[in-house]
Design a protein around this ligand. Structure first.
Ligand SMILES: *Cc1c(COP(=O)(O)O)cnc(C)c1O
Length: 385
């Protein structure tokens, strides 16, 4: 099988799996217990926290483990909204965020908060002048993703952080896709809160973290015991956390070298598609994009049929419509960059990782070209073009 759906989830690094196993076997102590079995878990937890902090340029006491990227996003946004609702009820975000952000904002809107959704240009870059113009006295949070999960566009995060900081507004970024693909230093970039998720960088599913800069006080949303400095309740998932930290450490070793290698594969894939298939469009920014992201729209065909035919050839990829929800609505991201519904429907995302090879990229191009041609032969739209 050729796996090119790394934006959906990734295969675990063997190092991460190996590091986890002892905590699923004999090292099962509760990190809050005082006997040595518990203390061993506590040590693993704090070592993992230090590792994650180190990869982000944060202090260990600014890292809080969660059940994943979705919880980290919910916490940052809901928690900041509730903690500051006396100051104001206005939140600024973009219109291409992940649903973990968008649906949280929509829920807050029902509770009386006001949300400004800043549009993006045709390459998926947020319109900074519109973001600036949206800022009000009662704005209590700006949340903009670091890089988009569908089209790969990287947002000008340091600039947005600067704008937010100048106005004294907390700034959160969903960096789930960016962490491990782009070097990040939260201090240098002026980021107040950042979400990450282990299964997007070759760690286990169900583990993530929220970086909360010292001084930021988002309200807790998971209540109970005093774990995570009494900010996030629940017995810690030690094995998962160890796996997450180990994966991040491996991912961040020579992040530039890895990104360069993956970007080269991506560009090879993009060129191969553009050279061999007409009526196609690269979605997202051509250069400011995630090293592993390749997203195309092919006119006259359906992304879903494309996926099924690729699957028959052993290639795993993803399309641009919200197939998970069973609806036929094209993705909000593709519509936000100005694609017409019928073009958005013919979209394909191929997302690469460290594990992909040039042979695999060549094979995908070789299989994709005749598949697109066959689907077009069956398409009345293509005939009428
Ligand atoms: C995958 C993803 C999430 C959700 O993370 P989970 O750990 O799966 O909950 C949030 N934001 C972005 C951009 C993602 O790609």
């Amino acid at each position: 099988m050729i796996y090119m759906d790394n934006a959906a989830t990734t295969k675990m690094y063997p190092e991460a799996l190996k590091a986890m196993l002892p905590y699923l076997e004999e090292g099962y102590g509760n990190a809050s217990s005082i006997y040595s079995l518990g203390r061993d878990s506590k040590k693993a937890l704090e070592d993992s926290r230090a590792t994650v902090a180190d990869c982000l340029g944060a202090d260990p006491n600014e890292i809080f483990f969660t059940s994943g990227g979705s919880e980290a996003d919910n916490w940052a946004i809901r928690g900041t909204a509730y903690a500051n609702s006396k100051k104001g009820k206005h939140i600024i975000t973009s219109n291409i965020e992940h649903h973990a952000v968008l649906h949280t904002c929509e829920a807050l809107a029902k509770e009386g908060f006001e949300i400004s959704y800043i549009p993006v240009d045709s390459e998926g870059k947020i319109k900074l002048d519109e973001l600036k113009a949206a800022i009000r006295d009662d704005t209590i949070l700006i949340t903009v993703m670091f890089a988009n999960n569908e089209i790969g566009t990287i947002e000008p995060i340091a600039e947005i952080a600067k704008i937010a900081n100048e106005h004294g507004i907390p700034f959160h970024t969903d960096a789930v896709q960016a962490v491990s693909q782009i070097p990040i230093n939260v201090k240098n970039m002026g980021i107040d809160m950042l979400s990450l998720s282990a299964h997007k960088f070759h760690g286990p599913k169900g583990v993530g973290a929220l970086y909360i800069r010292k001084g930021m006080r988002p309200q807790s949303i998971i209540l109970g015991g005093a774990q995570e400095s009494a900010k996030r309740a629940g017995t810690e998932n030690i094995a998962g956390i160890v796996g997450a930290a180990t994966a991040l450490k491996v991912a961040c070793q020579d992040i530039e070298g890895k990104s360069k290698k993956i970007s080269a594969l991506r560009d090879h894939l993009i060129q191969g598609i553009e050279k061999n298939i007409d009526y196609c469009r690269l979605n997202g920014h051509r250069t400011d994009r995630l090293p592993g992201n390749c997203n195309f729209s092919f006119e006259f065909i359906e992304g879903e049929s494309l996926l099924l035919m690729l699957d028959m050839k052993g290639i795993a990829a993803s399309s641009g419509s919200a197939c998970t929800s069973g609806s036929l609505d094209p993705s909000h991201v593709l519509l936000a960059i100005g694609l017409k519904h019928e073009i958005a429907h013919g979209s394909l995302r191929l997302s690469l990782s460290d594990f992909n090879t040039e042979e695999e990229v060549d094979k995908v191009i070789e299989e994709l070209v005749p598949i697109v041609a066959r689907l077009r032969e069956m398409s009345p739209l293509y005939e009428r073009r």
